[in-house]
Design a protein around this ligand. Structure first.
Ligand SMILES: Cc1cc2nc3c(=O)[nH]c(=O)nc-3n(C[C@H](O)[C@H](O)[C@H](O)COP(=O)(O)OP(=O)(O)OC[C@H]3O[C@@H](n4cnc5c(N)ncnc54)[C@H](O)[C@@H]3O)c2cc1C
Length: 514
């Protein structure tokens, strides 16, 4: 189907066989009952579909929100909440091409990471330094500041964003398409561009297209490994060493012009009932120093512990289990990216995040040890309960320009995750595990990773967590807006007031108009 199709864009209503599938996203916790889902095929359709949705009065006063979906990977109910009236689904807009007029690569917002890797890279030799999950949509991913295994080498996706096209609602409830560029002569449009460099999706309008300049060239070949330690062999001293060595390695290797500065590591701390702790690492081997960097990294992390590294046998949170990667293997970068695709089964999930600026302090390590089942939650049995620690920094910490992605001196990023199947009667226990584990790790700063908290620097808007707005779980004096956006929040609020003054695009943690 082409974007010039004369037929009106498809609308899926209750009773349509597609409706159940299109009323939910990746996280099966959230299932909406919208009046309709509209499939959007072009920027003009986005503008017109938005105008129509804004004009129509809600049939049900309890369902008033208009939401936008690209890949459907939102962790919270921002797209598929019970109060949603209309979902504008951008997934038909998934093209990518070089735009001569813009002198930039254009990526449509409904495309996913895999479109970017499998289309853009073969065509151009360039890539977005985005996440490894194929099915994550670029509409949400980029806008929140998306990152992945190339990010220590090249920075965040938004560091390359040149322009964005957005359908917005004006104060008189009419709609227009706005192209906002980094070097826009109009300060309001320039601010709209800036708000899309980390401000998060679902805030200002319907994003239809992104343009990127100077996209990096990923390495031709990388060295990839995935190994594990059996929990039964891991003593407390080993655990302390593992976390400390991982943190100090990344603290000490922050220069992205060196091979070690390009190396990306992911430590997967499963609950003990899972049986294993996992480690993934990837390094550029077009850089002649790549193999030595991988060797040093593995020696630093694995060398100091009594447990013997072994093959991965168990689930690794959002990552796939790679059973034959214990010995690092050289492969094309695109093949490695495919290997680490984590678009697994759609399940229910709850997530939390933290930016980490220094190696963990002993109380944080103690809390993780305890709540992973060594002292607390000892009879807990959900094997998909994970504290994932990604390396961070390098090129991310040397951004080329001002963006709304503010955490720019962290060395690690944490993601707490727990998964279960729908209607599992133990759901509340899983939620307790993740909430209490997180609170214990950051007990010194009110149960959340406070901005300016020494080791910590807030949370990632692309891993949203509504508990940050709940005083039971956030006892710090920092609201969710500070934890996600730090000092950028007041400017984001001004952009919101200018471009979405009627607050059409809203959810539990959307930017409030100034
Ligand atoms: C399995 C998995 C792996 C992940 N891995 C990574 C990773 O490696 N790195 C990383 O940085 N993040 C990762 N994420 C997080 C991911 O970046 C966010 O969930 C992202 O917001 C998803 O975007 P989406 O378009 O798929 O989601 P959606 O649910 O479609 O949207 C997410 C938010 O963005 C808004 N939005 C989406 N499209 C538009 C649009 N066109 N216009 C305006 N607003 C829009 C929505 O309204 C919603 O508020 C992962 C998530 C999952 C589920």
């Amino acid at each position: 189907m082409t974007s010039n199709s004369p037929q009106p864009s498809p609308i899926v209503r209750p009773g349509d066989k597609r409706y159940p599938a299109l009323s939910r996203g990746f996280n099966q916790r959230w299932i909406a009952e919208p009046e309709y889902v509209r499939l959007v095929r072009s920027p003009e359709e986005a503008r017109d579909a938005l105008a129509e949705a804004v004009r129509q009065p809600p049939k049900d006063p309890a369902r008033t929100r208009i939401t936008v979906r690209s890949g459907g990977h939102c962790y919270e109910n921002f797209v598929c909440g019970a109060d949603v009236r209309v979902i504008l689904d951008m997934s038909p807009m998934c093209g990518m091409y070089y735009d001569q007029g813009m002198d930039a690569y254009c990526v449509e917002s409904g495309a996913g990471n895999w479109h970017a890797y499998s289309h853009l890279y073969p065509m151009s030799g360039r890539a977005l330094p985005g996440g490894s999950c194929y099915s994550v949509g670029l509409g949400g991913h980029i806008t929140g500041g998306g990152y992945g295994l190339l990010s220590r080498q090249f920075g965040l996706t938004v560091d390359y964003l040149y322009a964005v096209e957005v359908a917005v609602v004006k104060p008189d409830r009419t709609t227009e398409l706005v192209v906002a560029r980094r070097d826009d002569g109009d300060p309001d449009r320039r601010a709209l561009w800036w708000a899309h460099t980390g401000g998060g999706g679902g805030n200002f309008g319907v994003i239809t297209r992104f343009w990127f300049r100077d996209l990096p060239e990923p390495p031709s070949m990388v060295l990839l490994t995935g190994l594990a330690w059996d929990w039964k062999d891991v003593a407390k001293d080993d655990f302390v060493h593992l976390l400390t060595a991982f943190g100090t390695y990344f603290r000490d290797h922050q220069d992205p012009s060196t091979a070690a500065g390009k190396l990306f590591g992911i430590l997967v701390l499963n609950h003990v009932c899972n049986g294993q702790i996992g480690l993934f690492a990837q390094v550029d081997v077009d850089d002649p120093g790549g193999p030595a960097a991988m060797k040093e990294f593995l020696e630093r992390v694995d060398g100091g512990i009594g447990a013997t590294a072994t093959a991965m046998r168990t689930s690794m949170g959002e990552r796939p289990t790679v059973a034959h990667m214990q010995i690092p293997r050289v492969m094309p970068w695109l093949t490695a990216t495919q290997t680490l695709d984590s678009s697994g089964e759609d399940q229910c999930g709850k997530y939390k995040s933290a930016y980490i600026r220094k190696p963990f302090d002993p109380t944080q390590i103690d809390a993780m040890w305890s709540f992973l089942g060594k002292e607390r939650f000892t009879s807990y049995a959900n094997k998909q309960s994970v504290i994932q620690i990604d390396s961070y920094g390098g090129a991310i910490n040397r951004p080329p320009r001002d963006t709304a992605a503010r955490q720019r001196d962290s060395i690690m990023k944490m993601q707490y995750q727990v998964y279960w199947t729908k209607n599992d009667p133990a759901e509340s226990e899983y939620l307790s595990w993740i909430r209490e584990t997180y609170r214990a790790t950051f007990a010194a700063t009110g149960g959340v990773p406070m901005v300016g908290g020494g080791v910590t620097d807030g949370c990632y808007i692309n891993y949203p967590d509504v508990d940050l707005g709940d005083p039971q779980w956030n006892r710090s004096n920092q609201p969710w807006s500070t934890l996600y956006y730090k000092d950028a929040y007041p400017s984001l609020q001004r952009v919101k007031k200018r471009w979405d003054p009627l607050d059409v695009f809203r959810n539990a943690q959307s930017i409030r108009p100034a």
